[in-house]
Ligand binder design. Structure first.
Ligand code: TRP
Length: 460
């Protein structure tokens, strides 16, 4: 976090004080017992926070449609740090989600001076091929380029009407000297995040965006923008139940019965309220108190459990009336794995991480040099044991290479008791990483000529 408390999504320096970040930005914590078929990132507490994940979990439980959206910056090589998001995307896909992948070629141009042509190459040859190798299913994966999807750009522009420079200062710490392409990048990302809900891209359904904490500013921005576009707000009512309130905006004031002179046209307004009532009648509320003049409708008998159904019906109505009808995106957050040197992982410092196409020799060298949690002498190590919380090799087994919890726990126990030495821990890591890298490289070969299967029609 920067001095002023911003998270800078474009910096490789990220705070790892996850408790503080969660409190400060209002993330909810993950309840493992609610996650069906948890993967290792869930089971090992690596995914630590979320916004509105319950909405997605409900879709999973009820077998209803939901989408997963992720994006990649096509600059630099794909490394283990990037693979964590894909592990999650894959998990959501296995639970029934359809997957959209944004190639952030406009963002890479704006913030890294990567040409669109270069961005395309990097995206396909470095990232998408590895996503394929990691097991994403092309049947429900659709990769597109920001520069080639006008709907996303149009949304960026449209959503931009709901924010201003001050908000960008507050969220990102932008100032007067910030390049304007850089200012546009978060708006395009907001477009990325919400556009799968458009009719053309799958229609109204919850979308989840699994990210590292560095991307949370974009999610906060997008959630705020979406809520400002909504035509109907649902709030808890003071005397119990829920209240639906019209949100009058430039785009809808006429539809909502505001005349040129600012007065409310009763007939139009009553008509709107009848439409609201009929749109929520299927939920079956016994008592609805309309107040068309004030633009509110009280449902004393509604409980918080009904909120999502109610909101969904209102978004459908909004769409029928000409609004965009977007739900706020849901998100999950994972901890970062430590860099191999004990510092942060960064693609600009190759010694800090393992790249997806590192050779076994390169990987071995890095692991051998990696920061260890062992004691300085063998005697001491046998007596005091190693420290897994500091040992990079152990952590890489935990985050990436050892999928079996029992085996991992055994390794941990034996390291902490001093039975396993630091060098032996490194060998275990190398052994597992070798299997992992070889498997990935084999799968990459299998996909080499078929990456196109992942591309959306507008990506060619
Ligand atoms: N900003 C992301 C990055 O730096 C890339 C990205 C673009 C993205 N659009 C997205 C990530 C939408 C998640 C969702 O890596």
């Amino acid at each position: 976090m920067g001095e002023a408390g911003h998270i800078d999504p474009w910096s490789s320096e990220q705070s790892t004080d996850y408790d503080r970040i969660s409190t400060k930005f209002g993330l909810d914590s993950i309840e493992l017992s609610k996650i069906p078929n948890p993967n290792i990132l869930h089971r090992r507490g690596i995914i630590f926070g979320h916004r509105d994940l319950d909405v997605i979990l409900n879709s999973i439980y009820r077998n209803e449609k939901f989408g997963v959206l992720t994006g990649l910056m096509p600059s630099g090589n794909m490394h283990l740090g990037h693979s964590m998001v894909i592990d999650q995307v894959k998990w959501f896909q296995e639970q029934g989600g359809d997957v959209t992948v944004a190639v952030a070629d406009l963002e890479a141009l704006a913030t890294r001076s990567t040409s669109l042509k270069k961005g395309r190459e990097v995206a396909l040859e470095e990232y998408i091929i590895n996503y394929a190798a990691m097991g994403l299913d092309p049947k429900s994966t659709s990769v597109y380029f920001q520069s080639k999807r006008p709907d996303v750009q149009r949304l960026a522009f449209t959503l931009g009407r709901k924010t201003n420079i001050s908000e960008f200062e507050a969220i990102y710490g932008f100032g007067g000297d910030t390049n304007l392409a850089h200012v546009q990048a978060p708006l395009v990302q907001a477009g990325d995040i919400v556009h799968p809900q458009m009719e053309e891209f799958g229609g109204l359904r919850p979308i989840v965006v699994p990210v590292g904490i560095d991307q949370d500013p974009h999610l906060r921005l997008t959630r705020g923008l979406v809520s400002k576009t909504n035509w109907f707000n649902v709030k808890t009512r003071q005397n119990g139940g829920l209240t639906v309130a019209l949100s009058i905006q430039d785009d809808n004031s006429e539809i909502f019965g505001i005349s040129k002179d600012g007065k409310v046209n009763r007939e139009v307004r009553n008509n709107i309220f009848n439409r609201i009532k009929s749109s929520i009648s299927s939920i079956g509320y016994a008592d609805i108190i309309s107040n068309p003049k004030h633009g509110t409708l009280d449902i004393p008998g509604a409980s918080n459990i009904d909120i999502s159904q109610l909101k969904l019906n209102l978004l459908r109505l909004e769409r029928k009336m000409g609004g965009m009808g977007f739900m706020p995106p849901c998100s999950t957050y994972h901890r970062f794995a430590v860099g191999m040197t004990g510092d942060k992982m960064s693609s600009s410092k190759p010694e800090t991480t393992i790249f997806m196409n590192d050779s076994i020799t390169q990987m071995e060298k890095k692991v051998k040099k990696a920061f260890s949690g062992g004691q300085s002498t063998v005697e001491e190590h046998r007596r005091l044991g190693g420290d897994c919380s500091k040992d990079v090799s152990f952590q890489y087994l935990q985050f990436f290479f050892e999928k079996d919890d029992n085996v991992l726990n055994e390794i941990k126990r034996d390291y902490e008791s001093g039975k396993i030495l630091a060098g032996e821990m490194k060998n275990i890591c190398i052994e597992n990483a070798t299997i992992w890298l070889n498997d990935l490289s084999e799968k990459r070969d299998e996909w080499a000529d078929r990456v196109n299967e992942f591309l959306a029609p507008d990506a060619f």
